[in-house]
Structure formats: C-alpha cells, structure tokens
Design a binder for this molecule. Structure first.
Ligand code: XMP
Length: 510
C-alpha cells in the first residue's frame, strides 16, 4: 500500500490535508516533525512527503525545523504555506516578512505553468494565510504561480521533485486544490489509488491485536457513533479483554438503553456492563433549575459513576476513548467563551489506575468514522443517527428535572422521530427533538379544563452544528405531530415549533 507522510509543523489544517489525500484513496498519516526521524521515514518507504503549515516565520528560533537529510531521501516533497517557506529555507531560498502586506483569504492565483499546477486554469481562486513570503526562490526552482502581492505563490524543482505552494490547496475555498493535490499524489509521487477506508479498520485491528495483547482495556460506551465504532474495533482486536461501561443516566431517549445493550451484548457479544444510575442522577439533580448547574452535576456524576465501576473492575491497563478529530480541534479552542459546558464520554478520570490511553479514531473525521462503522457491521440506523448530547434529555427539560418531565420528553421525542422518518424529514433535518418547557398553560379536553406543559418541537438543518437554520417542516406534518402528541402524551396540552436559527439561539435549549 502506498503511503504519504504529512509532516506536521503545527498548522491548523493538517488533518484536513491527510483527509484530502485519503479521499483520493491513498493512505496518508500525520506525524509531528519531532516524532519521526529521517531514518524512520526512509524505513517506512513513504511515496511522498507533505510539509504542513505552521507558525509564522522560519527565522524565528522557536519555529519548527527539520533535518536537511530529508532532502536526500529521494522522496518527493510538497510544502504548504509554512511548509513551502521551510522547504525554500532548507534549500537556500530567501524568505522575507510582508508585515504590512500579509495576504489572508480568497486570492487570485495566476498559473505560470508547471507540473504541479497542470490542468489548473490561468486564473483561479486560492486561499491564502501568510505574512512571510518567498522573495528569492532557491536555486534549481522555478516560480509556477503568483498572486498580486505574492511573487512566489507556487514553485517547483522537477529534477529533485520538490514542490511548494504558499496557499492552502486542502481547503475547499481553493478552487483547484484537489487537482493540485492529486497532481502531486499521482503524477509526482506515482501513488496507486488502492486504499479504502475499510483498510483502516483492518490495519487498526491488526495493530491493536499486537499492541494490546494481554491488556485489559476499559471503554466508556455511550451508544453514539464514535464510542460504538471504537468498541467494535477493539472487540475485534482483543475480544473479552475490552470491557465497555455504559452509564445509563436515565436521561436517554425512549428505549435507548435497551437498544444499546441489545446491539452490543446480543449482536456482537461485546463485554458490556450497563450501569443503571438513574436514581443517582435524579437525586443529585433534584431541585436544580439552572442550566449550567445541571450540566456540571451530570458531568461530575458521570465521572463518579465511571470511577466506581472502574474500581470494581480493577486491573485496567488501558483506557480507550472515542475521540475524533473535530473533538481535538474543539478542545484546543482554549480562550473562546464558554457558551455551554459540553460533556462527553471523553474527559474521563485519570485516577482510575490505567497506564495509557488509546484513541483509535483521533485522526478521523465524522464521515470517515461512519464508513468504518458500516464496514464493521454497525446497523445503519446507528451509523446515521442524529447527534445526541452527553447530558441527554436534561438539556431538553427546562426547570427542574422530574420523572414526569423525562417521560414526556421520551414519549414526545419518540413520536417526533417516528413522524419525521415516515415523512422523509429525517433527511432534511440534521437534528430534531422535543423540549419540555417549564411553562404551563390552560387547555380544554373533552369538557374539562387542563393545565399542562407546553412542548416545543425543534428541528434544525446544518452542516457543522456551529450555525444552523430551523427546518421548514410542512404545516400539515406539524399539525399531525401536534395532534398526536397532545392526544398520546399525558401532561401536554400545547405544542409550539421553534423558528429560531443558530445564532442567536443554540440548537439545544439549555
Ligand atoms: P448547541 O446547543 O451548542 O449544540 O448549539 C450544538 C451541537 O452539540 C450538541 N451538544 C452536545 N453534545 N455534549 C455533547 O456531546 C454536550 O454537552 C452537548 N451540548 C450540546 C447538540 O446536540 C448539537 O448537536
């Protein structure tokens, strides 16, 4: 199998580069520049190397550098952004700072002709993000692309097979980015497009068979896609030595706890411990109405339950987590304001005695995880299901959480999901659920007065859940759902539809 090395110098799009290469059916792996030696690169037999973006200036002593011996390996190199400048620096080009003239965002690229930009029109849009630029190209290189303010937006030395682009071909804003990457991968590196996502599953299973042989591994299974995929992957590798703990906090969707247990225990024979912790959670949540306080209690209690179970199990060597790449980026955001304290099965206690952590999906994006899930035989229903927050229905119950409100949330949500599926709206909305508001109002049923809760329906359409618009659900379907819920769910006498986008609202109500 042909492999590309993405040599990581700390840029923000590095995973995206690897993902784009993988989407061309060639395997790409990311290694930090300080975690792989030249001899290891040689030994692995990569067909090509991509230097990623990174911090601002190659002249800054703190910026990452790499041994020049890499240039002697006779392996094609493509430098991107900082990687481009680093390549120029290592081959004696001149880089200068354009402090007052940095380029950022959409920029017109003029193709000057060359191997890397073959097939790219004379003028196209690329995505720039830099302050420094290459003023003098190194000997043996020629300039193959320019922009208004960047004299060397692309360069190449076809004798050595060294290529560089100042812009980011991996982002979709660069119109011909995939063409450029594919020119490098296929025309320069001569890779064969014979890698498939299924190969990732196979090679991971082989890898963990060896790495985790005779080790006891603990995994927090939530029933969501990511931890489910990890469970199956590791189960195939180490069988019963994988112990999955599924904490049922009583705030799951209707019948969900049973469903998760059935799939993993009965269908796949996974070593699963289901902890029924509903009472523990409800006791802690009694009388609490403030959203953040609820979230914090649930997060903390979750860790406590997990810790107790881990102690009971004892002798754990490795903790595994279903972290995927977007989680890694999100947790790296650092200084952004806390809108909601998210809690996931990730972030588990470090004091339960394990020696290391294994995160098999850490480099992958959601759609890649889905492909592996399908390959491993996870039911489509689970693979494609809408996201469900860690604190569960708690973020959909306003005010105090009571048994009655949980029942209302579960029963109404089940009706909404059934109707969305029946009417094909599950394809239009990316997330849909009901919210038990804390508002009660007067209604009439038969000849009697009722005083029940108002239920809100919420459905959003979004790519990334960072922004979202409310889904245009036809009136007749809303009417039907409203009528079913008021008839079938005791305690609800009024239904509303939330027509707010994100921002200013968030997807969940709490
Ligand atoms: P918001 O409400 O922040 O939600 O617009 C965006 C997406 O994140 C999900 N969400 C969570 N997921 N733990 C999670 O795993 C959480 O604490 C959490 N809170 C919100 C939400 O369902 C939506 O998909």
């Amino acid at each position: 199998m042909d492999k590309i090395l993405v040599l990581d110098f700390g840029g923000q799009y590095n995973q995206l580069i690897a993902r784009r290469v993988r989407s061309l059916n060639v395997y790409a792996e990311i290694k930090s520049f300080d975690h792989i030696s030249v001899s290891k690169i040689k030994e692995t037999g990569y067909k090509g190397i991509i230097f990623t973006g990174g911090p601002n200036s190659v002249y800054d002593e703190r910026s990452p550098h790499y041994s020049k011996d890499i240039l002697e390996l006779n392996i094609p190199i493509l430098g991107i952004c900082y990687g481009d400048q680093l390549l120029a620096y290592m081959t004696n080009g001149k880089i200068v700072s354009a402090k007052n003239n940095s380029e950022y965002g959409r920029t017109e690229l003029i193709n000057q002709g060359g191997k890397l930009l073959e097939g790219v029109p004379d003028k196209s849009i690329c995505w720039m993000s830099h302050t420094d630029y290459i003023k003098d190209v190194p000997e043996g290189f020629k300039i193959t692309g320019t922009t208004k303010s960047c004299p060397c937006a692309a360069m190449e030395n076809i004798n050595k097979n060294f290529y560089g682009v100042q812009f980011h071909p991996e982002v979709t804003h660069t119109e011909y980015g995939m063409k450029i990457l594919s020119n490098f991968i296929f025309d320069v590196c001569k890779c064969h497009p014979d890698w498939k996502m299924e190969d990732f599953a196979k090679s991971s299973i082989e890898k963990y068979k060896k790495e985790l042989a005779d080790k006891r591994v603990l995994l927090g299974l939530s029933g969501g896609l990511d931890s489910s995929v990890v469970a199956l992957l590791l189960h195939k590798a180490i069988g019963k030595n994988l112990i999955c703990v599924f904490v049922d906090h009583g705030l799951l969707r209707k019948d969900e706890g049973d469903y998760v247990e059935k799939i993993f225990k009965d269908k796949f024979d996974v070593n699963l411990i289901r902890v029924d912790a509903k009472n523990r959670f409800l006791t802690k949540l009694k009388g609490i109405t403030e959203p953040e306080a609820k979230r914090k209690i649930i997060g903390k209690e979750f860790i406590e339950v997990f810790r107790t179970e881990a102690k009971k199990i004892g002798n754990i060597d490795v903790l595994s987590q279903g972290t995927i790449y977007p989680d890694v980026i999100e947790s790296g955001k650092g200084s952004s304001a806390v809108i909601k304290s998210h809690h996931n099965v990730g972030g588990l206690p470090k004091d339960i005695g394990f020696k290391s952590i294994v995160e098999p999906l850490r480099d992958l994006f959601k759609d890649e995880v889905r492909a592996i899930g399908l390959e491993l035989g996870l039911p489509e229903e689970l693979v494609y299901r809408q996201p469900f927050p860690g604190p569960g229905l708690a973020v959909r119950i306003i005010g105090e959480i009571t048994e009655e409100k949980i029942r209302i949330a579960q029963d109404s949500d089940a009706i909404l999901r059934e109707e969305f599926k029946k009417n094909g709206l599950d394809k239009l909305a990316n997330q849909y659920f009901t919210v038990v508001t804390n508002t009660q109002s007067v209604g009439v049923m038969g000849d009697a007065r009722t005083y029940g809760y108002t239920l809100a329906l919420r459905a959003v359409t979004t790519d990334d859940f960072m922004t979202a618009t409310w889904t245009r659900v036809p009136y007749e379907i809303l009417e039907h759902i409203s009528s079913r819920i008021t008839n079938e769910v005791k305690g609800i006498n009024r239904v509303t539809y939330d027509i707010t986008s994100k921002p200013p609202a968030t997807v969940e109500w709490e």
